[in-house]
Design a protein around this ligand. Structure first.
Ligand SMILES: NC(=O)c1ccc[n+]([C@@H]2O[C@H](COP(=O)([O-])OP(=O)(O)OC[C@H]3O[C@@H](n4cnc5c(N)ncnc54)[C@H](O)[C@@H]3O)[C@@H](O)[C@H]2O)c1
Ligand SMILES: [Zn+2]
Ligand SMILES: [Zn+2]
Length: 375
């Protein structure tokens, strides 16, 4: 029986309010409207940004919403005007769209599509979800903690049909974010020295990016030493736990590297760590990239740090334009040029979403992949 054109009733994890466990609910997912596609979510990862929205940012007006933005699925049906996708296509939803028409899409310098950024900042007000008669907002325009979701076609990447969706879902956020921050934003050079702060999936992907770019030394920095073994798998050569030192970590790294690293990447989301990462860079040419997410605090440093020639940059989704970059990254994985499976420490069902949140909160996982359709 075809579901096209009909409301789909399915399960989703609803965040009714900040700082509370998600609740598995029966939701209604309306058919896709003009330029939209409805996607059956086959696998979704849990990223720290989902936790940030739930526990840290806590903008009450964004709730109730459905979180999740790192997923892969299959097109169930398409709305009027959609020519790029057909039912059955394997896809990865994008939290930064690529409309290909705005001035940002036309520039090779950025992935900040104007349409996506305005329409999907945190929530898509015009959501296709309802639950118990209430409209449920759509986080990042994606809302992948659901069996089905509706996304604008400009925020969907079509991928190789042979790709295993329960693996490549991680390319939808963490892997592209960290890898691209090193390769596209920092533009790490062969023979250089790098430091990556925070060794979650984003930081480990940054380590992998530094290695792919030919860095000769990669310092992996984390206050949780359990992460170091995994960092070695992705190419880290040196391991630093700031808790082992009683002086600033920027000073420790400067002493270890004759004045500082060439590139540093902050993958934590903490403004103090952002400052340390910048100040760990060598004067003259050091480049530091802010990847970790927070909108709650200001970031600071002394101007002389920049005057002396350091560059401070930021990177969203690793600078990748999603429709172009995501299929390429999937191809790289299929061609064994990119590690993906190694990020997955846990597999769970969507019903266990709160267990996955607890694991991440306590630093006990790299990535948990959730299956919305367990047998
Ligand atoms: N810029 C983007 O487009 C983008 C995309 C995805 C995620 N993010 C952000 O990237 C960050 C990392 O995400 P993740 O999913 O890898 O998170 P995660 O929770 O899995 O990993 C964070 C790591 O940082 C470590 N850490 C905490 N405090 C630290 C400190 N003071 N010094 C060193 N390490 C410390 C933790 O032990 C943990 O290993 C988050 O802030 C997330 O919101 C940004
Ligand atoms: Zn993410
Ligand atoms: Zn655009």
């Amino acid at each position: 029986m075809t579901t096209a054109g009909k409301v789909i009733k399915c399960k989703a994890a609803v965040a009714w309010e900040p700082n509370k466990p998600l609740v598995i609910e029966d939701v209604e997912v309306a058919p896709p409207q003009a330029n939209e596609v409805r996607i059956k979510i086959v696998a979704t990862g849990m990223c720290h940004t989902d936790l940030y929205i739930l526990f840290e940012s806590m903008k009450k007006e964004s709730f109730p919403m459905i979180l999740g933005h790192e997923a892969a699925g299959i097109i169930e049906s398409v709305g009027p005007g959609v020519t790029e996708f057909q039912p059955g296509d394997k896809v990865i939803p994008l939290f930064i769209s690529q409309c290909r028409e705005c001035r940002f899409c036309k520039s090779p310098k950025t992935n900040q599509c104007e349409k996506g950024w305005i329409e999907t900042q945190h929530v898509l007000k015009d959501s296709r979800f309802t639950c118990k008669g209430k409209k449920i907002e759509q986080f990042a325009g994606t809302s992948t903690f659901s069996q089905y979701t509706v996304v604008n076609q400009m925020a969907v990447a079509k991928i190789d049909p042979s790709a295993p969706l329960d693996k490549v879902c991680l390319i939808g956020c963490g892997i592209c974010t960290g890898y691209g921050a090193a390769v596209n934003t920092a533009k790490v050079e062969p023979g250089s020295t790098c430091a990556v702060f925070g060794l979650g999936a984003v930081g480990l992907a940054a380590v992998m990016g530094c290695k792919a770019a030919g860095a000769k030394k990669i310092f992996a920095v984390d206050i949780n030493p359990e992460k170091f073994e995994k960092a070695k798998v992705f190419g880290a050569t040196d391991f630093v736990n700031p808790k082992d030192y009683d002086k600033p970590i920027s000073q420790v790294l400067a002493e270890m590297t004759n004045g500082g690293v060439d590139y540093s990447l902050e993958c934590v989301g903490n403004v103090e760590v952002m400052r340390s990462a910048l100040e760990s860079c060598v004067k003259g040419w050091g480049i530091s990239v802010v990847v970790g997410w927070t909108e709650l605090h200001d970031v600071a440093t002394r101007p002389v740090q920049l005057i002396a020639g350091r560059t401070w940059k930021g990177s969203m989704f690793g600078g990748f334009k999603g429709k172009d970059g995501v299929p390429e990254m999937v191809k790289a994985y299929l061609g064994k040029k990119l590690l993906v499976d190694e990020f997955i420490t846990h597999n769970m069902t969507l019903d266990q979403v709160n267990d996955a949140i607890e694991l991440m909160k306590h630093g006990k996982c790299i990535r948990t992949v959730l299956n919305p359709f367990p047998q």
